[in-house]
Design a protein around this ligand. Structure first.
Ligand SMILES: C[S@@+](CC[C@H](N)C(=O)[O-])C[C@H]1O[C@@H](n2cnc3c(N)ncnc32)[C@H](O)[C@@H]1O
Length: 212
């Protein structure tokens, strides 16, 4: 698991936050079995609960996700939406989509989820506003492009949530292209007068961005 805080604190946090329902525990277990090391990409219980709290407190009805993987965060967010709520999610990996679809079919919230297969930037550019919450969690080198497209789609009081903005702490000394892209992205947001943001040291770093 990615974490910037001591493991025993992380365990305490998990034990004192909303537990995962059985179906989500099963999805996590199967993702770990099938995806191996790539399962580190799962956002997990705490980030999932944070997304749910944001969706519920915003009264969100339309949510956009960039980077679905095996559907963990999509299904967590869908569960916080009202019955007529909609979540559009972008994913490029067929194996991940197949796994996600099986779990969406088993959940009463799966019908709220609309999977858009293919490069996320093409999907984003074809969508119409407004979205109350956008969760950006796909390829890091495109983060700035996803952010710009998302801002055009964002409802006036909407929030953009961006994952992995601390890149395991490497933002202090980025070594790879992903780390450098995240550093450039964080600076881009900081320099953007249209928005205000806060970075949380939850899991791998989460930036919450809204219009001024
Ligand atoms: C970090 S994972 C998403 C994790 C997911 N949000 C969760 O919490 O379980 C990133 C996903 O983005 C997908 N991805 C990467 N590049 C993409 C692109 N250009 N368009 C759409 N999806 C992409 C990957 O296949 C991967 O499944």
């Amino acid at each position: 698991m990615l974490t910037l805080v001591p493991e025993e604190i992380e365990r305490y946090v998990a034990e004192h936050s909303e537990p995962l329902p059985p179906l989500m525990q099963e999805l996590v277990a199967e993702t770990k079995e099938v995806m191996g090391k790539r399962s580190v990409m799962l956002s997990g219980q705490i980030e999932g609960a944070l997304l749910q709290t944001l969706i519920a407190s915003l009264g969100a009805t339309r949510v956009l996700e960039v980077g679905m993987f095996t559907g963990f965060s999509a299904l967590m967010m869908a569960a916080a939406l009202p019955g007529d709520g909609k979540l559009i999610t972008c994913e490029i990996n067929d194996q991940a989509i197949s796994l996600a679809e099986r779990y969406f079919a088993r959940s009463p919230h799966g019908a709220k989820i609309d999977i858009r297969r293919g490069p996320a930037i093409d999907t984003l550019r074809a969508l119409k506003p407004p979205f109350d919450l956008v969760f950006i969690d796909a390829d890091k080198t495109n983060y700035t492009a996803y952010y710009e497209a998302s801002l055009d789609l964002l409802a006036p009081k909407g929030v953009i949530v961006v994952d992995n903005v601390l890149w395991s702490g490497d933002v202090l000394d980025p070594k790879d292209d992903d780390g450098k892209a995240i550093v450039a992205f964080n600076q881009h947001v900081q320099d953007d007068d249209r928005v205000t943001n806060v970075i949380l040291t939850v899991r791998d770093g989460i930036s919450l961005i809204r219009r001024r």
